[in-house]
Design a binder for this molecule. Structure first.
Ligand code: A3P
Length: 330
């Protein structure tokens, strides 16, 4: 478990950080939604602070074949997926009342490579993590380390319709943005989102990268949707447990283990935990801002008909022929 595991790190060698400093001026750059810049690195928009961590992750992470890597775009349900995957994989270890989710934010239990493990020019000693290990990242498929792509470790990808993802992102960054920059314009942010300029985006490149892989290698990549989880969490939990090689037994089903996990990880339950009302598990973002409404279709309260029309057209064009569709409201 991450929160109370001592990760012994060594400092990233200086050559690598110098290399990053040399690399940045050659990359396309945009101001970030929050503060500072984002750089277009290997085709995706990487926040300035995460670039060296992403490079260190790409160079140094060695996947074990029993690892599970959770991948999402920001605001697509990462916190929820971390809680669910952690609970499924550790269900034999903890009774419901003892589950660490009662005392820790999910991001403290399943760490991000780029915000935590390889952040601050560190290279973690991940051998201290008990097997099977669970990690998380926002890095798109083509930029994942070769050892993740080539080993038999598994990837769980969760996506969410772009309308709700955008509104969630806009709220989240509005809260985290330094006051001196003034309010984050909805119109300007929407324009950038539509143009693909958002952390770890373009949105559709990210989603389609994992969608295609999940069709090519279904044993390697499980593709989940936030909307399906909202509609029927228990059947999505079963899919997840089966994919992870630890399906629920008939006895567990009878004993309500699936319902127990969905309830433990539900929005209302997690939001009210002390550990999620206070503190900061991702640097720069208060834990309480990770739980806003957790619904499908809240975008109708914010987007104008013109905005809806624009994003619908982009979605139609981007997803054409892919077989992927999103529910945008119930
Ligand atoms: P909203 O802003 O639409 O409410 P991420 O975890 O990737 O940062 O995504 C955050 C979004 O997931 C937020 O959406 C948040 O409220 C929602 N969320 C967080 N925990 C959830 C849970 N247990 N169930 C459903 N939604 C959840």
């Amino acid at each position: 478990m991450m929160e109370n595991t001592q990760i012994i790190t060594k400092s990233n060698d200086l050559a690598e950080t110098d290399e990053v400093a040399e690399l940045l001026p050659s990359l396309p750059k945009e101001t970030s939604w929050r503060s500072g810049y984002m750089y277009r690195y290997q085709g995706f928009w990487c926040p300035e602070k995460q670039i060296s961590a992403v490079i260190a992750f790409q160079r140094h992470f060695v996947a074990h074949k029993t690892d599970t890597i959770l991948v999402t775009l920001p605001k697509t349900g990462t916190t929820w997926l971390k809680a669910l995957a952690f609970s499924i994989m550790n269900r034999a270890k903890y009774a419901a009342s003892q589950n660490p989710l009662n005392s820790f934010n999910p991001h403290g239990l399943v760490p991000f490579f780029e915000y935590k493990l390889y952040a601050n020019n560190q290279i973690p000693d991940l051998s201290v993590f008990p097997s099977p290990r669970i990690f998380a990242t926002h890095v798109p498929y083509p930029s994942l380390p070769d050892s993740i792509k080539n080993s038999s470790c598994q990837i769980v990808y969760l996506c969410r319709n772009p309308f709700d993802t955008f509104i969630s992102l806009w709220h989240f960054i509005s809260q985290a943005r330094p006051e001196r920059f003034g309010p984050l314009s909805l119109e300007d942010s929407f324009d950038r989102f539509c143009n693909g300029v958002a952390g770890f985006g373009p949105f559709f490149d990210h989603v389609l990268g994992f969608w295609t892989k999940s069709l090519e290698r279904p044993e390697k990549v499980l593709f989940l949707k936030f909307e399906d989880m909202k509609e029927d969490i228990n059947s999505q939990l079963k899919r997840l447990a089966e994919f992870l090689g630890c399906p629920f037994s008939a006895e567990e089903e009878r004993d309500g283990v699936i319902e127990g996990i969905s309830k433990l990880c539900s929005f209302s339950n997690l939001k009210d935990k002390e550990a999620n009302k206070t503190g900061m598990s991702i640097p720069g973002f208060e834990n309480n801002t990770l739980f806003r409404r957790g619904e499908v279709g809240d975008w109708v309260n914010f987007l104008t008909p013109d905005m809806v029309d624009r994003l619908n057209k982009i979605m139609e064009q981007q997803l054409a022929g892919s077989g992927l569709q999103f529910k945008t409201c119930f």
